[in-house]
Design a protein around this ligand. Structure first.
Ligand SMILES: O=C[C@H](O)COP(=O)(O)O
Length: 395
C-alpha cells in the first residue's frame, strides 16, 4: 500500500497535513535546498507538537559527502526524536563510505538514503544501504526548478529502483516535484510512499506555505490505509495494487473512450532472425472504453490517464525482444485492463519498417463478464467502487 508523505516546515503546516490524513510528516526547510534541514530545536518542538499522531521524518540538509559530518548530523537529528532520518547521497566517491558510517545508527532510527534522479543516481548504493541496515531508499530531484522526477527518469526506469528496493528489503519512496497527474502513473510501480512538497503549495511554489485544498486533492488520489482497514467493502489495497486512483465508478454514466494514437517507439520485435539484435519502429494505437466517474470531471480522480497507457507500453517494450506483434498487443491490452474501470480495449500494433506501409495486428479485449457484473449499478460514496478485481483479464 503506497503511503503519502508531506513535507512541512512547522506546526501550522503539520496540523494541516494531519487534518488531511497524510501518512508521514516530513520536516524540511524548502528554502535551504532539496533536503534543507530545519533547525534541530524546531524538529524537537515539532515532534512534541505532533505527539505521536503520525510518524515523522526529518532531513539532514544538502550536506557534502563527508562520512564524519554526515554521521554527526544524522545523530543530532535522530536524537530529536523523529522516526525516520532522510540522508541525501549526492554523486561522490565517498558515498558508500558515508552509508557505512551510518551503520551503527541504524539501530536507533530508521535511515532512508535519498538518491537524486537528476544527479546520475547510483543504484549500486542500494545494496550498501541494505547491508548497513537502512530502512529505505528514496528517489527525489536535487534541482527544484519545475522539472519533475519523470522528466529525469522515464517510468520504464523507475521499476528497477522499486524492484531492487523490494528485493533488498528496503522501503522505497518516490518524489521530485510530483504533480497530481504523476500519481496514477507512479502508483502501479508500487512504491511504499510518494513524497510531496511543491504540489501541496498550490500555485505558490514549494517555498510558500502548504494549502489544505491542495493537500486534500493529492490525498484523494492515493488510496488510504485507514479506508482499507475500515468497514468499507472496498478492497483499497487491491485497487492500489492495480494503480487505481479512487473515484466513484458509476455504471449508469456509461463509458468514455480514452485513446493514444500514433505512438511510435523503437521496439525489438520479430520472429525472423534478421529482426533480432536491433529495434524497428512500431506504432501503437490504443482505445480504452472507461467507465465514467462523473459527468463533471474536475481533477485526476475522475479520469483514466492516457499517460498510464503510454507508460505501460514503454515499460513492456523495455523488457526486451518480443517475437510476435500479437503477443505485444496482448501485453498492452492486459496492462490497460488492470484498471478496473476499463471495460474494453482495442490495441493496434503496427510495424512500420517491413513493408511499403504498416503491417501488424489489431485486437479487442473486454473485461471478463463476471468482473463487469460485479460492478454496481451505482457505486455508493465519494471514493467507492465496491468490486473485488482480479488480475486484468481478457475474455
Ligand atoms: O520528500 C519530498 C519532498 O519534499 C518533495 O518536494 P517537492 O515535491 O517539492 O519536490
Amino acid at each position: 500500500m503506497t503511503k503519502m508523505l508531506a513535507s512541512v516546515t512547522g506546526t501550522e503546516e503539520a496540523e494541516i497535513a494531519i487534518a488531511c490524513n497524510v501518512d508521514i510528516i516530513d520536516l524540511k526547510d524548502p528554502k535551504s535546498g532539496a533536503l534543507g534541514a530545519l533547525p534541530t530545536a524546531d524538529v524537537r518542538a515539532l515532534v512534541a507538537a505532533v505527539a505521536g499522531r503520525l510518524p515523522i521524518s526529518a532531513v539532514c540538509g544538502d550536506l557534502p559527502m563527508e562520512p564524519d559530518l554526515i554521521r554527526a548530523k544524522v545523530e543530532e537529528v535522530a536524537a530529536a526524536g523523529v522516526d525516520y532520518v532522510k540522508v541525501g547521497f549526492f554523486p561522490s566517491g565517498k558515498a558508500a563510505d558515508c552509508a557505512r558510517a551510518l551503520s551503527p545508527l541504524a539501530r536507533q532510527v530508521k535511515l532512508v538514503g535519498v538518491l537524486f534522479a537528476d544527479k546520475e543516481p547510483d543504484f549500486g548504493l542500494l545494496p550498501v544501504f541494505a547491508e548497513c541496515g537502512f530502512h529505505g531508499a528514496m528517489l527525489d530531484t536535487a534541482v527544484k526548478n519545475g522539472s519533475r522526477l519523470l522528466d529525469h527518469m522515464p517510468p520504464a526506469g523507475i521499476p528497477d529502483f522499486t524492484k531492487i528496493c523490494r528485493e533488498l528489503g528496503l522501503m522505497s519512496g518516490l518524489s521530485g516535484s510530483l504533480e497530481a497527474p504523476d500519481v496514477p502513473r507512479l502508483l502501479p510501480l508500487k512504491p511504499d510512499f510518494l513524497g510531496f512538497r511543491g504540489a501541496l503549495c498550490g500555485e505558490t511554489g514549494r517555498t510558500d506555505g502548504i494549502d489544505a485544498e491542495a493537500v486534500r486533492q493529492i490525498r484523494a488520489l492515493i488510496p488510504e490505509e485507514r479506508q482499507a482497514e475500515g468497514r468499507s467493502s472496498v478492497d483499497y489495497r487491491l485497487l492500489a495494487a492495480r494503480g487505481y486512483s479512487p473515484g466513484a465508478a458509476d455504471a449508469t454514466h456509461g463509458t468514455d473512450k480514452i485513446f493514444v494514437r500514433d505512438f511510435v517507439l523503437p521496439v525489438e520485435i520479430g520472429a525472423y532472425s534478421f529482426e533480432h539484435g536491433h529495434t524497428q519502429k512500431v506504432r501503437f494505437d490504443v482505445t480504452a472504453d472507461v467507465l465514467r466517474v462523473t459527468n463533471t470531471p474536475e481533477d485526476m480522480r475522475h479520469v483514466f490517464s492516457y499517460d498510464v497507457i503510454m507508460d505501460g507500453i514503454r515499460t513492456i517494450v523495455a523488457h526486451g525482444h518480443v517475437q510476435l506483434s500479437e503477443a505485444l498487443a496482448e501485453h498492452v491490452a492486459a496492462h490497460v485492463l488492470e484498471d478496473p474501470r476499463v471495460m474494453r480495449v482495442t490495441v493496434r500494433v503496427e510495424k512500420l519498417e517491413l513493408g511499403p506501409g504498416g503491417v501488424g495486428v489489431e485486437i479487442e479485449r473486454r473485461r471478463a463478464k463476471e468482473q463487469s457484473r460485479a460492478l454496481p449499478a451505482k457505486a455508493a460514496g465519494d471514493a467507492a467502487i465496491p468490486v473485488r478485481v482480479q488480475k486484468g483479464q481478457a475474455s
